[in-house]
Design a protein around this ligand. Structure first.
Ligand SMILES: Cc1cc2nc3c(=O)[nH]c(=O)nc-3n(C[C@H](O)[C@H](O)[C@H](O)COP(=O)(O)OP(=O)(O)OC[C@H]3O[C@@H](n4cnc5c(N)ncnc54)[C@H](O)[C@@H]3O)c2cc1C
Length: 355
């Protein structure tokens, strides 16, 4: 007679249903269907999270260097290696989505475009993630066709994924529910409310400081517009420090931006900022004057000198995993972070089951 060993499922609460929490919740249910019971708890779900409004281009826009006053301790290179690993893993996820039939629903598209440079720089580490990275002479016909600003010294050309994050999150949510995940709409006032769970994953983005002691987070406000301009097929990002102008064609609309205002926590679009964005984009590409404006939006990047991904022990012995502070790179880092969270869950399961 054979004995069937039934191990108790781990009860997991993922707090936060932005791109970070949702990716973590989906990955855990996909990877360990028989080991876990996952509750995704949030006061806002797609399409109402900050992530829905924002993520669009898969390219690491690292603003953390701008937090000059933040202390950076030792272990910096290990941290940079983690950032690279998380980025590579997210790209791998998008490669597999792009090749699959689910992309009929998500509509990730591959676009070629340009990033302007104003000083000599080494090739960026992420050139291995995007496709066909190359340097373009600013005087070339290609640069003129790209509407490169006359002052730039070089263009970096590459092909990468453009994502309408709202589509992506709607798909992830559906997959999570199909995997028997549970969603709970509720505001959490204290992580102690979740003491009955074995594992709590804190993915609360900009509001993490309401639940844990946190002195290193700053909002970095971004504002943009959505327009209809079907003749635009290449993206261009003109970045001089925090002065940012971009034109990013998605599957059926074009995003115009932007701003990166560190310390500004206003989530309301501001009309003079909108005007400034339009003027800068018209200067980059005058044909946009003919574009139909569909609407404007603004959102906050949860900026931290380092993304926080670590664990601590909760008051009743539960494991609390913190994952927040992804700044302008939440989408780019999302799947890599989800996989690290999955590894922590697996370790905990083995520990609890004495395996
Ligand atoms: C203008 C702009 C452009 C951007 N472009 C890009 C880009 O091109 N590529 C890229 O990778 N990234 C981009 N980003 C950054 C990216 O959008 C963020 O890093 C990402 O959205 C952060 O996701 P999150 O899940 O941590 O936070 P959020 O999306 O803010 O999700 C937080 C979740 O936690 C919940 N929550 C918080 N507190 C509580 C509580 N107490 N109780 C219950 N629920 C709670 C919320 O309801 C929500 O569900 C951009 C950001 C902006 C503003």
């Amino acid at each position: 007679m054979s004995t069937v060993l039934t191990l108790k499922k781990l009860r997991i609460a993922v707090v936060g249903a932005g791109v970070i929490g949702l990716s973590a919740a989906l990955h855990i249910t996909e990877k360990f269907p028989d080991m876990v019971q996952v509750h995704l708890i949030a006061d806002k779900f797609t399409p109402d999270t900050a992530s829905d409004l924002t993520g669009m281009i898969l390219w690491p826009f690292d603003l953390s260097e701008e937090l000059k006053e933040s202390e950076r301790d030792s272990g910096e290179s290990e941290y940079q290696e983690n950032m690279k690993k998380w980025t590579r893993e997210t790209f791998a996820k998008f490669h597999s989505i792009y090749r699959s039939e689910v992309n009929a629903e998500i509509q990730i598209c591959l676009r070629t475009g340009y990033l302007t440079c104003y000083e000599d720089a080494h090739d960026p580490w992420w050139k291995e993630c995007v496709f066909g990275f190359r340097r373009v002479n600013p005087k070339s016909t290609e640069a003129i066709t790209a509407n490169a600003p006359p002052a730039c010294t070089e263009l970096w050309a590459f092909t990468t994924y453009i994502v309408d994050c709202s589509n992506y999150m709607r798909w992830m949510m559906k997959e999570f529910l199909t995997n028997c995940g549970t969603i709970i709409k509720r505001k959490i006032e204290s992580l102690n409310e979740l003491s009955t769970y074995d594992i709590v994953v804190n993915c609360t983005g900009m509001r993490a400081g309401n639940l844990v002691e946190e002195h290193d987070m700053k909002p970095c406000r971004g504002q943009g517009l959505l327009v209809k301009a079907p003749w635009i097929s290449a993206f261009i990002v003109d970045e001089i420090g925090l002065d940012l102008t971009y034109i990013i064609p998605r599957a059926d609309t074009v995003v115009l931006g932007g701003t990166a205002e560190i310390g500004n926590a206003s989530e309301e679009p501001d009309s003079s900022t909108t005007q400034g964005i339009l003027e800068r984009c018209f200067k980059l590409n005058p044909s946009l004057r003919k574009a139909q404006i569909l609407g404007g939006w603004s959102g906050l990047r949860p900026l931290r000198s380092r993304v926080r991904l670590d664990t601590e022990t909760g008051p009743t012995g539960s494991v609390v995993i913190h994952c927040y502070g992804h700044g302008g790179q939440g989408v780019v880092l999302s799947w890599g972070c989800a996989k690290d969270i999955g590894d922590i869950v697996q370790k905990q399961y083995r520990k609890q089951a004495n395996l």
